[in-house]
Design a protein around this ligand. Structure first.
Ligand code: 3Y8
Ligand code: NAP
Length: 243
């Protein structure tokens, strides 16, 4: 089995597969300097597009692929759909449901990053940009705002007047995110609708503090079989070894 990872759910599935003695390999893109170690043999780096992934599936005699990548890893997921179809290898996606607004949430849903930039107010705000290190430039171009950035690796810094970088890998805690929002006097949060428990703390803290959240919709991913739990993946694997 090839497990396309990089999320909390992928790490949980890796634990279950290792315990079950499944012959699986864990795959990271290599986006961070020192990703969390996994209890499975691990490969790091791209495959080289659809063709590269198809060649990998054939060379490694992969019989099952689980795509447990992040909902915003749309290119990887699209490549997996195409390469698995071409190679005739069953594909299963392990995906967490999108977050749904609850009482007290002050959410503005936007379609993409550009729309998120436009959704910020004209007057100066103190914005927690919890979107990682990509896509920052369009936000920073609006110089009236002060930005709090949370990154995994120390890849950039900001002058104090423009904002501050916090290095943290997550999964995050409610206590930690509430303290972060209060310590920096945050007035707005920008977040992807990642779903899952690992990134949810900031939204719960925002609800408690009555802070507005600009929530970016997930990108489109081509149709594939989707399950929402590690147990469902294992159940499908057990049934005659096919999905
Ligand atoms: C390299 C592996 C685990 C997985 C943990 C989850 C939870 C913590 C929340 C905030 C939001 C953000 C970001 C985030 C979260 C989990 C999960 C998740 C968001 C690691 C990891 C890799 C990455 C890549 C990284 C991106 C960035 C996105 C930071 C490891 C820690 C913002 C997404 O510096 C970079 O280039 C970072 C790139 C893609 C988004 C971006 O566009 O910048 N994730 N994150 C994976 C690989 O190489 O294949 O380093 O250990 C994994 C996790 N990140 O095992 O417990 O499951 O979602 N990751 C977002 O959701 O908006 C942080 O700060 O509140
Ligand atoms: P992406 O834009 O969908 O993928 C870009 C390219 O990166 C892919 O075409 C592939 O390269 C390579 N790649 C992506 N994930 C890979 C994996 N697990 N193993 C091997 N190669 C991979 O991906 P992304 O959004 O940059 O995400 C990269 C990683 O970070 C993924 O593991 C994802 O689960 C994790 N992550 C992403 C986010 C996010 O917000 N995007 C959040 C949390 C975690 P080739 O075409 O060369 O094969």
């Amino acid at each position: 089995m090839l497990l396309l990872g990089g999320t909390t759910e992928a790490s949980r599935l890796a634990q279950a597969l290792a315990q079950a003695g499944v012959d699986a390999v864990f795959s990271y893109a290599g986006r961070t300097d020192a990703p969390v170690a996994q209890p499975l043999p691990t490969r790091v780096g791209g495959f080289g597009g659809v063709a590269g992934l198809q060649a990998y599936l054939q060379a490694e005699r992969i019989t099952h692929v689980v795509d447990a990548t992040h909902p915003f890893a749309a290119q990887m997921s699209s490549n997996a759909v195409q390469a698995c179809a071409a190679a005739g290898v069953p594909l299963l996606a392990l995906e967490r449901p999108a977050w749904q607004a609850q009482n007290g949430d002050v959410w503005t849903h936007v379609a993409d990053m550009a729309a998120a930039v436009q959704a910020l107010p004209a007057e100066p705000a103190r914005v927690f940009l919890a979107i990682g290190k990509q896509n920052l430039a369009p936000f920073l171009a609006h110089t009236q705002h002060w930005y709090l950035l949370r990154l995994v690796d120390p890849v950039l810094d900001l002058p104090a007047a423009r904002g501050q970088v916090v290095l943290d890998r997550g999964p995050f805690t409610l206590e930690g995110d509430r303290a972060l929002l209060q310590a920096h006097g945050i007035t707005h949060i920008v977040s992807k609708n990642s779903g899952g428990a690992g990134a949810e703390a900031k939204l719960i803290a925002a609800r408690e503090l009555g802070l507005p959240v600009i929530l970016i919709d997930r990108p489109h991913i081509p149709a594939r079989t989707v399950v929402h739990s590690v147990n469902e993946v294992l159940r499908r694997l057990d049934c005659a070894g096919s999905y």
